[in-house]
Design a protein around this ligand. Structure first.
Ligand code: L3W
Ligand code: SF4
Length: 431
């Protein structure tokens, strides 16, 4: 790690009084970056973001500048910038706090990104349940229009940008970028076949870039600080600061900003350690769609490469921490019930598979499972992984396969108990 674990960049205004107001934002260096950005060319901005190494903060880590460069240089059709603010991954709580505490950093990032991609309309698609956040964003957008930062001929630059806040309707799948676009168009949100990627045919079949809130909110700092400053934080292939949302059995759950590559051991120091000193049993590095880690993984650098090399994914850096009192099969069942409920039903492996996985796990946890059920679970997972239409299917199997990998004895113990208590069940389930 090349920087101190605490680097308030994205969160530096969060504790200021009325941090969400335009006046506060302006007092604390706000709306300085976009003036510089608008004085340059779109190509220069795309190159700067490429040079910074900024990677998508929504889960996949795709290089932001590269994604921007996919937008066509001509303007035969309107170009759209869409912000994915449909934060729904279990355990993830960073985008909504960011928009609540510092909405203008997102709006300023949107102005810069839209200018870089020759877009004149930006949509922020917000999770429908977050009504408080939608209200706050609408108030901030109004302030920005009144100050001349949005609308026609922004500060005399000749650049026009309109911004629309759009409320989702509570479907997890609408966090998948193409389902989000369907939903924004007024249809039922279901993933589209890719390619074409949104840059070729996105919203209303026009060139579109979909970026996560935290990705775009990072952009003004890159403009002001420069690519080298940004790269000095984090790791070579995963530079920059990141907001980790830490929940579960820790003394002080919440959002903690630290450079990419920070370990759970270091994050635990920041959040006061394990609650009541009860030891760590398992945790997710980036939400429930990322394979579980255990106490053996305390020193894994939490960046895109580090998490992957250790057998998981960085995901949304939603660190959910569980102590020794929690049953792994129970936790895995709860996550699986979530995926079963949220499966959009478009493809068979996920629609049917998540249903069967939930059924099997429920009967195991209720005390009616058999050892064969563990093999059946793994077999169903094998038929979902890589065979589903979108990432939800792959994510749904992550807690199950990793849970069995590290805690098989716990699943077996449940079944062995059943074998002793209810011998008649064993034959019935196996047949
Ligand atoms: C043009 C190409 N564009 C890729 C673009 C693509 C997208 C981005 C990443 O999944 C992960 C998933 C969840 N030409 C391109 C291209 N792109 N190749 O790059 O694409 P991809 O397919 O790698 O990932 P994804 O479909 O965006 C996201 C994981 O995040 N996750 C879930 C998070 C949930 C939320 C939420 O609740 N809002 O963020 C958590 O781990 O499993 O692996 O823009 O178009 N050749
Ligand atoms: Fe829908 Fe699941 Fe298939 Fe994704 S994997 S398209 S959520 S059914």
């Amino acid at each position: 790690m090349s920087a101190d674990p605490v680097t308030p960049v994205l969160t530096k205004r969060w504790l200021s009084p009325q941090s969400w107001r335009l006046s506060t934002y302006e007092k604390l260096e706000g709306y300085t970056a976009f003036r510089k950005a608008l004085a340059g060319t779109p190509e220069q901005l795309v190159q700067l973001v490429k040079d910074s190494g900024l990677r998508g903060r929504g889960g996949a880590g795709f290089p932001a500048g590269v994604k921007w460069s996919f937008m066509p240089p001509n303007e035969d059709k309107p170009h759209y910038l869409v912000i994915n603010a449909d934060e729904g991954e279990p355990g993830t709580c960073k985008d909504i706090p960011l928009m609540m505490a510092d909405p203008h950093s997102l709006i300023e990032g949107c102005i810069i990104a839209a200018y870089a991609m020759r877009s004149h309309h930006c949509f922020i698609y917000v999770r429908g349940e977050a009504l408080h956040c939608i209200r706050r964003l609408n108030a901030a957008v109004k302030e920005a229009y009144e100050a001349g930062y949005l609308g026609k001929n922004i500060l005399g630059s000749g650049f026009d940008l309109d911004m629309t806040i759009h409320a989702g309707a509570g479907a997890y799948i609408c966090g998948e970028e193409t389902a989000l676009l369907d939903s924004l168009e007024g249809r039922r949100g279901q993933p589209r076949l890719k390619p074409p990627f949104p840059a070729a045919a996105g919203l209303y079949a026009a060139p579109t870039t979909v970026n996560n809130v935290e990705t775009i909110a990072s952009v003004p700092y890159i403009i002001n600080g420069g690519a080298d400053w940004f790269r000095a934080m984090g790791r070579e292939k995963s530079p920059g600061p990141k907001i980790f949302s830490i929940s579960g059995h820790v003394e002080r759950p919440g959002q903690y900003e630290a450079p990419l590559g920070t370990t759970l051991r270091e994050l635990l120091e920041l959040c006061g350690g394990m609650k009541d000193g009860i030891p760590l049993k398992f945790w997710t590095p980036g939400g429930s769609s990322t394979p579980l880690f255990t106490a053996e993984h305390l020193d894994v650098p939490l960046d895109f490469e580090g998490a992957a090399e250790a057998g998981s994914m960085l995901g949304t850096t939603a660190v959910q921490v569980f102590n020794e009192t929690v049953s792994v099969p129970w936790a895995v069942m709860k996550w699986t019930q979530f995926y079963e409920h949220e499966s959009c039903g478009k493809c068979t492996p996920c629609r049917e598979g998540t249903y069967w996985l939930a059924q099997i796990l429920e009967r195991m946890v209720e005390g009616n499972g058999t050892e064969e059920d563990i093999d059946t679970l793994l077999d169903v997972c094998d038929n979902i992984l890589g065979r589903s239409f979108c990432a939800l299917g792959d994510g749904a199997v992550s807690p199950i396969t990793s849970g069995i990998k590290y805690f098989k004895a716990e699943f077996l113990a449940l079944c062995e108990k059943n074998r002793a208590d209810k011998p008649e069940l064993v034959g019935a389930q196996a047949s």
